[in-house]
Design a protein around this ligand. Structure first.
Ligand SMILES: Cc1ncc(COP(=O)(O)O)c(C=O)c1O
Length: 383
C-alpha cells in the first residue's frame, strides 16, 4: 500500500500562523479576558467587513448560529421551517429543538443544493394544508457552494417567510460576487475545526443587516440579558464564542481569502484532470465555492468497492451523507415535500468526497487523480 495522504491538512496552516496565535493566547491568559474579550470584538468587526454585513454576533457553534435566529423570531410549535434533507443533522435539529416542524425539500442532482421549484411546491402544499404555518427556509450552501438564493428569495417573498443561510460549509462562497447575506435575512456559520474557516474548538457566527434582530441575538447569547446579565428579559443560552477561539479566528480570517482562491485552484485542477466518467458536484462560472468538500458521484452500487480501491492506494475518501435526514430515526416522522425525495436518496447511495484543502499540492493532487482513474478501472473489471 502507498504512503497514506491526509483527507484534510490543518497542520500546514497552523505552522504558518503559530507564533501569532501563541502571542495572542499568551496575552489573553495574562489579561484573563476569557469571556467576551477584545479579540471577540475585533473578530466580529473583521467578519462584518469580510461578509459585507452590518452586524456579526459570534456564538458557541454553528448549531447555536442556526438556533438563535429561530428563537429570536419566536418560531415554535405549529410552525414549519423548510430545509434540505441532504445535509448535516444540525440544519433540521434546531427546528425540532424549538418545537417547530422541519419540512424536508428536494435538492438538485447536479449542485446538490435546494431545488427551488420543489421548495415552492412544498411551501405551497404546507400553506394550503393549514396545520402548519410556513415561517422560514434554511438553505444550505452544501460542500461550500452557495445555494440558488435569487430563486429561494422569490419563494420566501411570495409566502412572506424568512431565509436563514446555513453557510456552515460555504461561508465566503459567492454568486456573481455576492455572499448569501445579499438575499437572506440571516447568515449562520460554523467554525468547527474542519470547516474552511475553522477555529481550534467549537465556534460559530450569525450575520445580519437587521439591527433589531442583532440586538435580540446578543441578548439570547447571554441568557436573554437585558440591561445587564442579571436582568433577564427573555430565555437565552450560554452561547458565547470563547476569546481564545476568537483569537485563533482573527489570525485565520487574514488568510481566508487566499485560501478560498487556493481551494478554487485545486477544484479546477481536479475538474480538468479527473477521468471523464467522474461526475463532480457541478459549479457554474459565476460562483466561487469554498469547497468544504470535493464530492463526486460513483453510481451503480460501486461506491464501496471504489472507496476500498482508493484506500489501497493510500487515498482516504468519506461519505457525506449516507442517509438523508428524512431517513434518520430522529427525523423520519417530520413531513417530506411532494412525492418524496428520490434525488436525495439516490445521492446518498452515490456521493463520495475526495481530499480537499487549501494546501493540497499538485503532486498530491496528481496522485489522487491517478488513484481515482485506477480505482474506477479496477471496479469496472469486477462489476
Ligand atoms: C451544514 C451544516 N450546518 C450546521 C453545522 C453545525 O455546526 P457546528 O458543528 O459548529 O454546530 C454543520 C457542521 O458541523 C454543517 O455542516
Amino acid at each position: 500500500m502507498s504512503q497514506p495522504i491526509p483527507f484534510i491538512d490543518l497542520a500546514t496552516q497552523r505552522d504558518r500562523i503559530r507564533p501569532r496565535i501563541e502571542a495572542r493566547l499568551a496575552r489573553i491568559m495574562d489579561e484573563g479576558s476569557f469571556i467576551m474579550g477584545p479579540d471577540v470584538t475585533e473578530l466580529e468587526a473583521g467578519l462584518s467587513a469580510f461578509g459585507g454585513m452590518q452586524h456579526t454576533v459570534t456564538c458557541g457553534s454553528g448549531t447555536d448560529a442556526l438556533l438563535m435566529p429561530l428563537m429570536a423570531w419566536g418560531i415554535g410549535p405549529g410552525d414549519a421551517v423548510f430545509c434540505p434533507s441532504f445535509t448535516f443533522a444540525a440544519t433540521a435539529e434546531v427546528v425540532g429543538l424549538v418545537g417547530a416542524s422541519p419540512v424536508f425539500v428536494e435538492v438538485l442532482p447536479d449542485t446538490f443544493n435546494l431545488d427551488p421549484a420543489h421548495l415552492r411546491r412544498t411551501v405551497a402544499e404546507i400553506a394550503s394544508r393549514g396545520d402548519l404555518t410556513p415561517r422560514a427556509i434554511i438553505a444550505v450552501d452544501l460542500f461550500g457552494q452557495i445555494a440558488d438564493y435569487p430563486a429561494i428569495r422569490a419563494v420566501a417573498d411570495e409566502f412572506g417567510i424568512k431565509i436563514i443561510s446555513d453557510a456552515a460549509q460555504g461561508y465566503g462562497s459567492t454568486l456573481s460576487g455576492e455572499m448569501s447575506g445579499r438575499w437572506s435575512d440571516v447568515v449562520a456559520t460554523s467554525f468547527y475545526p474542519a470547516k474552511p474557516l475553522g477555529c481550534y474548538g467549537d465556534g460559530g457566527a450569525i450575520q445580519t443587516d437587521d439591527e433589531e434582530l442583532a440586538a435580540v441575538l446578543k441578548s439570547i447569547r447571554i441568557h436573554g440579558m437585558g440591561s445587564d446579565k442579571y436582568d433577564n428579559v427573555r430565555l437565552g443560552l450560554t452561547a458565547r464564542l470563547d476569546t481564545f477561539q476568537a483569537a485563533v479566528l482573527a489570525e485565520k480570517l487574514a488568510l481566508f481569502p487566499e485560501e478560498i482562491e487556493a481551494r478554487m485552484r485545486v477544484a479546477r485542477r481536479y475538474g480538468e484532470l479527473l477521468p471523464a466518467a467522474v461526475t463532480p458536484q457541478a459549479i457554474s462560472d459565476d460562483i466561487v465555492s469554498t469547497w468544504a468538500q470535493y464530492t463526486i458521484r460513483v453510481p451503480g452500487g460501486r461506491r464501496d468497492a471504489f472507496m476500498a480501491q482508493m484506500k489501497e492506494r493510500g487515498v482516504p475518501t468519506v461519505i457525506y451523507y449516507g442517509k438523508g435526514l428524512h431517513q434518520q430515526t430522529a427525523y423520519r416522522h417530520w413531513p417530506v415535500g411532494g412525492n418524496g425525495l428520490p434525488v436525495t436518496e439516490q445521492l446518498c447511495t452515490e456521493v463520495v468526497s475526495l481530499p480537499m484543502h487549501a494546501y493540497l499540492d499538485e503532486p498530491t493532487q496528481d496522485r489522487i487523480v491517478a488513484a481515482v482513474a485506477e480505482s474506477l478501472d479496477a471496479i469496472s473489471h469486477t462489476a
